[in-house]
Write a protein that binds this ligand. Structure first.
Ligand code: FAD
Ligand code: DLZ
Ligand code: SF4
Length: 520
């Protein structure tokens, strides 16, 4: 091959329709894929997440070779592996003497910054293509956001419905409404269980990767014993098919419900495959719509699912690129408390938190309401440091990449962006968790008690949160009712709430920073 084009394909770019592949000729290109320690350990990612990414990368490399591409694959334990993208690129340039680099833009700000230095460092032209696996381009989001005082997902979502034609009836939304969320909020009925997920037995590639990860990342959070992620597009396809036929019809109704020990409920559990590129999000939405058109799934469920993907997922990504790098350090509520150690150990008497940390440790997964209304809500009410909370969320979930994790944590869960993303903080007392789950029945705390050592900690913390943030939040119109109630509570009772919450907060033991960073 005369001087080829070198095409780095990153760990979340595992799509055959990737812009940098589609626009290139296999005969004149070398694809470079790199397992590097810095990506696995700049924060100490959950073992299952590293195993998923490495196994999916290895399978994708094999598929590319079968399709006629030349792939240079650097495994983590290659003796000359330098441990970073920059180091591996320099070595690959020596090996292949390319005339240029072509890549699809990285999804994360941090890596995008690295890429900006590659051309000068390597002395080669670097062509960066937009990632067209997202529906909304950077330019379109910027145009939508410009001159809007508030960026509300709902209005953005309507634009995406019009753009894709999903669930449209001419110019109107199917069923006469854009959003059926109000019908999607049932608490769990007794004995509610979701169907079992399809199982993917590890093949030789995954088995080798699991051993590598156990050996090389022994001190990282999480278990590998329940590893069941789809690592190829065809496995992801089987997982999607099972979701569309078995769980989608009831996805909406139980979307917000939580049941102890039921880790997946009726959720798609497809976010890792979507974020890595093994599934195409628009195709998935079209297939969900087809289930509705065939009469297999109700509009309420299908609209809810499609909204998560073309609404929330695209909106979150737009917000990320519009607000970085400031979003990474945003702290509008001046929250400074260190992350408690039970986020890593699960050792807490709060049954809701303990179960959410357990599923996170076992599966590198928790569903949306566990993330938002248990873990995120606790972090918000307790005033945990947004940087430490964001590190935790980035480490622990198989689907966590900075572009999607950070806006969800800093914006949606913690209100650290001052309300750019959410019109009010998602703050809730124990009553909400009790309504939406069966956790409280098995908890040593009493969800009905408001103060004292046996009271559900969320109750006093809720008022502590509103009280201490009154200077920033009391003017928020959507908080008018809670603040009116707060003002009506007599001074003694208010003092009791504050004292009870303070006594609880004093018991929190800060986590060792070594869980999230350092050591590798
Ligand atoms: P379902 O509930 O079945 O939803 C279907 C799909 O919709 C998901 O697969 C996902 O692609 C998309 N989706 C739904 N909600 C969101 C959202 N808020 N943002 C982006 N996509 C969404 N999602 C991630 O992909 N990575 C993260 O790191 C991440 N961190 C989060 C942190 C917090 C604090 C919160 C509140 C949410 C976070 N989410 C994140 C969003 C959401 O919780 C997950 O996408 C979802 O739980 C994935 O599971 P699922 O595939 O079963 O999703
Ligand atoms: C998350 C991750 C991990 C654990 N390991 C790798 C890796 O070894 N090689 C790679 O190309 N990507 C990895 N990733 C994903 C990157 O950290 C990052 O999220 C993407 O490059 C997107 O910017
Ligand atoms: Fe969680 Fe409070 Fe219910 Fe216990 S009582 S499970 S701490 S909400």
């Amino acid at each position: 091959m005369t001087q080829p084009v070198l095409i780095p394909v990153l760990g979340d770019q595992l799509s055959h329709r990737l812009a940098s592949l589609v626009g290139s000729d296999p005969a004149g290109s070398v694809v470079l894929m790199m397992e590097v320690r810095r990506e696995a350990a700049h924060v100490k990612h959950h073992k299952s997440k590293i195993a998923l990414i490495f196994s999916a990368m290895r399978h994708f490399a094999a598929e590319l070779r079968e399709a006629g591409w030349t792939v240079d694959y650097v495994a983590l334990d290659h003796p000359d592996n330098t441990g970073s993208f920059a180091g591996e690129l320099a070595r690959a340039v020596d090996r292949h003497k390319p005339h240029a680099l072509r890549l699809t833009e990285p999804s994360e700000w941090r890596v995008r910054e690295d890429v900006a230095a590659w051309s000068a460092a390597l002395g080669l032209p670097v062509e960066v293509l937009e990632d067209d696996r997202f529906l909304c381009t950077h330019g379109e989001f910027a145009h939508w956001a410009e001159n809007r005082r508030e960026w509300r997902m709902e209005y953005f979502y309507r634009e995406m419905r019009r753009k894709t034609g999903l669930l449209m009836d001419g110019d109107h939304p199917e069923g006469g409404r854009w959003n059926f969320d109000a019908e999607n909020r049932s608490g769990p009925s007794p004995g509610l269980r979701g169907p079992a997920l399809p199982r993917f037995a590890p093949d030789a590639t995954t088995t080798a990767v699991l051993a590598l990860v156990e050996r090389e990342f022994a001190d990282h959070f999480g278990l590998l014993s329940a590893f069941n992620w789809s690592v190829t597009a065809s496995e992801a396809e089987a997982a999607a098919e099972a979701f569309l036929s078995e769980r989608l019809p009831i996805f909406g109704q139980w979307q917000d419900a939580m049941v102890a020990g039921e880790d997946f409920m009726f959720h798609a559990v497809l976010s890792p495959a979507i974020n890595l590129g093994l599934l195409d999000p628009l195709d998935l939405c079209r297939r969900a719509e087809a289930e509705y058109r065939k009469g297999n799934a109700p509009l309420t469920a299908v609209e809810g699912f499609i909204r998560q993907i073309i609404g929330w997922r695209e909106y979150i990504r737009g917000v990320y690129w519009q607000t970085m790098p400031g979003l990474a350090t945003a702290n509008a509520l001046d929250a400074r408390r260190p992350l408690p150690d039970f986020f890593w150990t699960g050792a807490t008497d709060m049954a809701c938190i303990a179960d959410c940390v357990r599923t996170t440790r076992d599966n590198a997964y928790a569903h949306h309401i566990q993330r938002l209304m248990v873990l995120g809500n606790f972090a918000l009410l307790a005033g945990l440091d947004p940087g430490q909370v964001a590190d935790w969320f980035l480490v622990v979930y198989a689907d966590a990449f900075d572009w999607v994790e950070l806006p969800n944590v800093a914006g949606m869960a913690l209100f650290a962006d001052g309300g750019r993303l959410a019109s009010k903080p998602y703050a809730a007392s124990g009553a909400y968790i009790n309504r939406m789950s069966n956790y409280c029945a098995g908890c040593r705390y009493d969800v009905k008690k408001k103060t004292g050592p046996d009271a559900c900690p969320f109750n006093a913390l809720y008022w502590h949160f509103l009280g201490r943030n009154a200077p920033t939040l009391a003017a928020n119109r959507r908080l008018a009712n809670p603040y009116a109630t707060w003002r009506r509570i007599d001074a003694d009772k208010r003092g009791a709430y504050i004292a009870s919450a303070d006594a609880f907060l004093d018991t929190l033991v800060p986590a060792s920073p070594g869980w999230a960073r350092g050591g590798d």
